[in-house]
Design a protein around this ligand. Structure first.
Ligand code: DOR
Length: 435
């Protein structure tokens, strides 16, 4: 059963445009927009404080670690982190234990998400059995199960066998689902722990070359062309990937791509300290890649932002760099990083933020109730942002069960004031404190 709520949000500017208005919500649907509105019956009141109202964010790329590593994240803790980050829908990656390569696991994650009810959790199905890259998983069964899986990925690993990827794309077309590829030629990244450039060479770290990503992006664009299928590029990290996606789209290939907040802010100069918190896959690249990714996101070559929220236990991060697990927390800091790197840099306005964090991801995965216009009759999946507030990131204070944020002690611009899922308040911050 779908739970809905009624609410009155006062004093907000939809998309940051124009004078502040009130937004009335009845049973999960926006019922009125305008000045001085009456609160609907039983409405929860939210003071928007003159902030920006956006459609709730949609994350195509989250790791929730349940089942299997509930010590690092659960559907419940990850849902709270998502709601506090302004998200109303997230896609939970398949590299759990057991792997989400069958409908028993995908339906379990789906049910857990429904029970928690803070954000719509859409399980991602694995493309290959056990993420082993050898045999296709039962994609059709997962698509037809209760979870209605619509996104498939071996994320964490690349579907590197071209014959298998070709078949997976052909099936995905038939099923009307999308494959998100973790683009990494594994032969080029054996033992690699850092971007293959001058910094890694100086620090004595084994390098992960750009070509390992770009060669798979190019290959999969061509495979998608021949299969008449769509393909999505997970966590684009190089300037060359931006160019290849543009090239493929110019050829009429149905390709989309995401970028993570960390690849928009951080570069490999962070590795000087050998702190495992900066280890991530694909690795932090060079400043020129960061600039190209920002430009690509601004001009639409890169479609959307996806967090690649990857919780890890402290013993898996606070160890020798080569042994540290790759991955960074992302859900609770994504908005602030986008404000910092894109809005404050003049590369995106708030309409642009709505596009890359909500509308495009919802369109790409085909969610018809997310990323919708802020208008009467539309579902009230909404995020109220305070663009002028700042906050200081402290891993210990995050909702996530893990603390591996690369932004520890950084003061970042932009906070989420409230998140609403179908009119129900799922996160709310007053005077800097979560209620
Ligand atoms: O850094 C990463 N961490 N990249 C991935 O592709 C997987 C993820 C994880 O599961 O920790």
């Amino acid at each position: 059963m779908t739970v809905t709520g009624s609410a009155l949000i006062t004093n907000v500017r939809p998309y940051g445009d124009g004078d502040p208005v009130d937004v009335a919500i009845v049973d999960g649907v926006i019922s009125a927009l305008g000045a001085g509105l009456e609160a609907p019956d039983g409405a929860e009141r939210i003071d928007g404080g003159g902030g920006v109202l956006l459609p709730g964010f949609v994350d195509m790329h989250t790791h929730l670690r349940e089942p299997g590593r509930e010590d690092t994240e659960t559907v419940a803790s990850g849902s709270l982190a998502a709601a506090r980050g302004g998200y109303t829908a997230v896609f939970a990656m398949a590299n759990t234990a057991p792997v989400a390569d069958n409908s028993t696991v995908t339906d379990l994650v789906w049910r857990l998400g429904q029970e928690v009810g803070l954000v719509d959790i859409h399980p991602v199905g694995a493309v290959t059995v056990g993420l082993a890259g050898e045999q296709l998983a039962e994609m059709g069964m997962m698509a037809q199960g209760a979870a209605g899986v619509r996104l498939f990925s071996d994320d964490g690993k690349c579907v590197h066998d071209p014959v298998l990827m070709k078949r997976a794309l052909e099936y995905s077309r038939g099923l009307g689902v999308l494959i998100s590829q973790h683009s990494e030629d594994p032969r080029l990244t054996v033992g690699a722990v850092a971007h293959d450039g001058p910094t890694a060479a100086r620090l004595g770290l084994a390098g992960w070359p750009r070509a390992a990503e770009e060669s798979i992006v190019a290959r999969d664009a061509l495979l998608a062309r021949d299969a008449g299928a769509r393909v999505h590029i997970a966590h684009a990290s190089t300037a060359g990937t931006v160019e290849l996606v543009k090239w493929a789209r110019d050829q009429g290939i149905d390709i989309t791509a995401e970028v993570t907040p960390h690849h928009l802010l951080l570069d490999d100069s962070r590795l000087e300290t050998y702190d495992g918190v900066n280890k991530v896959n694909p690795p932090l690249r060079e400043a020129s890649d960061v600039a190209a990714l920002r430009q690509g996101l601004a001009d639409g070559a890169i479609d959307c932002v996806a967090t690649d929220h990857a919780p890890h236990a402290s013993q898996e991060k606070c160890c020798e760099f080569s042994q540290a697990r790759p991955g960074m927390l992302g859900l609770e800091t994504a908005l602030s990083i986008i404000v910092d790197t894109m809005v404050n840099a003049g590369l995106l306005d708030w309409r642009g933020v709505a596009r890359v964090m909500s509308e495009r991801p919802a369109e790409i995965v085909g969610l018809d109730d997310q990323g919708r216009p802020i208008a009467v009759g539309e579902p009230a999946n909404l995020t109220v942002v305070d663009p002028d507030a700042e906050w200081t990131v402290r891993g210990a204070a995050l909702a996530s069960k893990s603390q591996n944020t690369p932004y520890e002690e950084m003061t970042l611009p932009g906070t989420v004031r409230a998140t609403l899922l179908r009119g129900r308040v799922t996160a709310r911050r007053t005077a800097g404190e979560w209620q």
